[in-house]
Design a protein around this ligand. Structure first.
Ligand SMILES: [Zn+2]
Length: 223
């Protein structure tokens, strides 16, 4: 087993999924609506228990379990999420579980978890459009990620930290990915330029929301 997380592979796998879709019209990427190389059925852990007669305990879901993948065979999977979580968090959980399938993980080791986080981040907040927007806006802020992508405040904050700490190299693949998101990128740049006051107010609101929920955020997930 690898002793170090393979970020590049996880990132490439998520990019491959995004490039396999029709062009996107929005940054609100719904992980349940993507076309995958595997047959994946999505349902809640609660529904699964109701349908099978299993309980939370017999399934080993635990008190804070976000999601769970049942492998039916090498091509068919059942991805379960916690229906009590916010939709943004569920979207992340699904991206995360799909990451386990793509990366071929057989366990929930720390390395597997890091790789799937990288997969989910690239899947739901793809790097090249965010780099392009950063260049256009002149700044990278979790708030405009949170306001426009289908992720939680926490995931937006983490994404900004990751992007700030890694160098970016343009490549043929990054250009293709940018092309996949040409429509929403253009729309958001037009909004930034055409209604900058509103754009900045939305940013202010997200910062305010973070302050309001900060104490809870420090304990766990928020929205
Ligand atoms: Zn996991």
């Amino acid at each position: 087993m690898a002793s170090k997380p393979n970020f590049k592979r996880a990132d490439n796998l998520a990019t491959h999924v995004l490039l396999s879709q029709p062009a996107f019209s929005s940054f609100e990427i719904d992980a349940t609506n993507l076309k995958y190389d595997y047959n994946i059925i999505f349902d809640s852990m609660q529904n699964y228990c109701r349908a099978t007669g299993e309980t939370w305990d017999t399934m080993g879901f635990g008190a804070v379990k976000n999601g769970h993948t049942v492998k039916i065979n090498s091509d068919n999977y059942l991805v379960l999420y916690n229906e009590e979580h916010s939709i943004n968090r569920i979207n992340w959980t699904i991206g995360h579980e799909v990451g386990h399938i793509y990366c071929g993980h057989k366990d929930d080791s720390e390395i597997s978890e890091i790789e799937t986080s990288c997969f989910a981040a690239q899947l739901l907040t793809p790097e090249s459009p965010i780099r392009k927007l950063t260049q256009e806006f002149g700044f990278l802020d979790f708030a405009w990620i949170y306001n426009n992508f289908f992720v939680s405040l926490q995931s937006s904050l983490k994404r900004v930290n990751t992007l700030n700490s890694k160098p970016y190299f343009k490549s043929k693949t990054s250009a293709l990915l940018l092309n996949q998101f040409e429509t929403p990128t253009k729309k958001l740049i037009d909004f930034f330029r055409g209604n900058n006051t509103r754009f900045m107010l939305d940013i202010f609101e997200a910062h305010y929301l973070l302050e309001v929920y900060k104490q809870e955020y420090e304990k766990s997930y928020i929205v």
